[in-house]
Design a protein around this ligand. Structure first.
Ligand code: F6P
Length: 563
């Protein structure tokens, strides 16, 4: 902690005061995107940005020139640029765990070796040593050189992990499905035995490789699932006559069918996995920031080295851009600051992320951990309480499915819900129905939604359609519901890396404004501790008596009804 100054109390800064006054004035004068667009022919140009192959349109946000100026001033007042430089150079900005935060080192090119030595460790050299081993291992599996215990080629990978050791790889695996893959991957995360039961259905253990992914290698869910899958694998191999059931053959089977990703190589060896088949990462990579570390191994096995290199390149492009672009032109920083504008001045509680790309259907779930585990906090990085609202509830669903589910509330509900729309110009699956290009039908919906949210529909327009007067209010759209459009050229591995880095840094910006250590997650601990105390109460009376009245009653209900 010593080297990190206490966070600025952002609410006491003149910049915050200026934003508050500006907000109140806008509200008093009446916010009207329609009027703002009419008054300023350059609005779209001023609020559009290109970052490599992603195009951003922020013009449908509730911001004026003055808002942007004031937000940038706020960003400078809290030292976003300096703090990011500190992060890049390994200052221990994760104060509560006294750790550097160096996920940006995971995507640096080899030519950066020697330039980022942190706590005596050449981070970039270490990263490339592991990457090279992962690529070599993945090649062996993909080519069929790596064999199961009975000499068969691997057809399916089962990846076991949870949280940051699962959400990233699943999301990326799904997002890249248009690319050729050498093996299928099934992801098991939940300790609910239904998850493993369903994922193992129909699998032949002789052609299955299991990757156990856990930073700590102690997580209850992952270790339970790993043990369960180990039992399934050994018993089924024995039943199929692939091994004879001796301890030696069982150990061989584990060596051939289990590999690990972890920072805890001792525990990996205890599990029976050959340390040579363990791929490490470091305490300076948070779980939710680790998909581009060894945690992405399943993605490399499925899609190969070139795809993963392209993916890492996307992250690095955004890192470089974010580090080198002045705040006023820096779309990454601006998106983070605009989010602060909504949370703290418009009192927005949630933020929708709506990918118009079916391949990104797991992106909102991935973002939930990234953003909410990072910034869902009430204490600042020096241990003092926060001074304003923090965190946003990120949620979403792929368009157009969401349109037929929850968009009603975004269009006409009483809450302001800023939304990010993500779409791509090109599709890997062009289709036509008659003369109609289906992708254009899809993109037409993306554009229609952002237009409807921004500009709405007036009572006069509704009346002109012959609507009965009493029904006019129900059919009006207020408009002025903010959206950001991210329009990429195509969902390539590179673009996907860019998108992830974009949201990582948006999270950083918000956390910096609020004075948070966005890289710890103490809020997950209590539930874990209590689960250990409660589980024995299903059968033990002493443990049952130690529970509170509600928990006790629920366990008694369980005992009464368990079949
Ligand atoms: O419980 C939350 C958490 O600690 C996440 O931060 C992490 O991504 C996840 O659990 C899994 O942890 P591990 O990779 O150590 O199994």
């Amino acid at each position: 902690m010593a080297s990190i100054p206490a966070p600025v109390d952002v609410t006491k800064t003149p910049e915050w005061e200026a934003l508050q006054k500006h907000h109140d004035k806008l509200v008093e004068e009446g916010i009207s995107l329609k009027d703002w667009f009419a008054a300023d022919p350059d609005r779209v140009e001023k609020l559009s940005f290109d970052l490599d192959d992603l195009h951003f349109d922020l013009s449908k946000n509730l911001v004026t020139d003055e808002t942007v100026r004031d937000l940038v001033a706020l960003g400078k007042a809290v030292g976003i640029e300096e703090r990011f430089q500190n992060m890049l150079h390994g200052v221990h900005i994760n104060t509560t765990e006294d750790r550097a935060v160096l996920h940006t080192a995971l995507r640096r090119p080899k030519s950066d070796e020697g330039k980022f030595v942190v706590d005596g460790q050449d981070t970039v050299a270490d990263v490339h040593e592991v990457l090279d081993r992962m690529y070599a291992f993945a090649d062996r599996v993909r080519s069929g050189e790596w064999k199961g215990v009975s000499g068969k080629k691997i057809e399916t990978v089962v990846s076991i992990g949870i949280g940051g050791s699962d959400l990233g790889p699943v999301m990326v695996y799904e997002a890249l499905k248009a690319y050729p893959r050498a093996v299928d991957v099934r992801y098991i995360s939940n300790i609910d035995p239904n998850d493993a039961a369903e994922k193992l259905k129909g699998l032949d253990p002789e052609t299955t490789l299991v990757i156990v992914v856990s930073k700590t290698f102690t997580t209850l869910e992952t270790m339970t699932n790993a043990a369960e899958v180990k039992t399934w694998l050994l018993q089924t191999l024995e039943a199929q006559g692939a091994i004879d059931g001796s301890d030696e053959q069982k150990a061989q089977a584990i060596l051939h069918h289990f590999v690990a990703v972890s920072t805890n190589l001792e525990k990996v060896a205890e599990f029976g996995i050959d340390p040579q088949n363990a791929f490490g990462f470091w305490s300076w990579v948070g779980g939710r920031y680790s998909v581009d570390a060894a945690v992405g191994l399943s993605v490399i096995v499925a899609y190969g080295k070139e795809v993963f290199e392209d993916f890492l390149g996307g992250f690095h492009t955004v890192d470089e851009y974010f580090a080198s672009t002045p705040l006023e032109k820096n779309v990454v920083a601006l998106m983070g600051l605009v989010n602060v504008w909504y949370v703290n001045f418009f009192k927005a509680k949630s933020h929708a992320v709506l990918p118009y790309d079916q391949y990104l259907h797991r992106f909102p779930a991935y973002l939930q951990q990234l953003t909410m585990e990072s910034n869902g906090k009430s204490t600042r990085w020096d241990g003092t309480p926060v001074t304003t609202e923090t965190g946003e509830i990120f949620w979403g669903e792929a368009g157009t499915n969401g349109q037929h589910a929850f968009y009603q509330l975004i269009h006409q509900g009483t809450q302001l819900i800023p939304a990010d729309f993500i779409a791509f110009v090109n599709t890997p699956n062009p289709a036509k129905v008659g003369d109609q290009d289906v992708h254009e039908l899809f993109l037409g919906n993306f554009l229609a939604q952002t237009k409807a949210l921004a500009f709405g529909k007036t009572a006069d327009e509704v009346r002109a359609e012959g609507t009965a007067e009493w029904m006019v209010p129900a059919r009006c759209f207020t408009g002025n519901r903010p959206t950001t459009s991210i329009f990429g050229q195509a969902l390539t591995p590179h673009a996907l890396g860019e998108l992830i880095a974009l949201y990582e840094h948006i999270t950083f910006v918000e956390g910096t404004v609020w004075g948070l250590d966005s890289y710890d997650q103490w809020g997950v601990e209590l539930g874990k501790q209590l689960a250990k105390q409660i589980t024995p109460a299903f059968h033990g009376d002493e443990a049952l008596d130690a529970q509170d009245a509600s928990t006790k009653a629920l366990i008694e209900y369980y005992r009464a009804h368990r079949k």
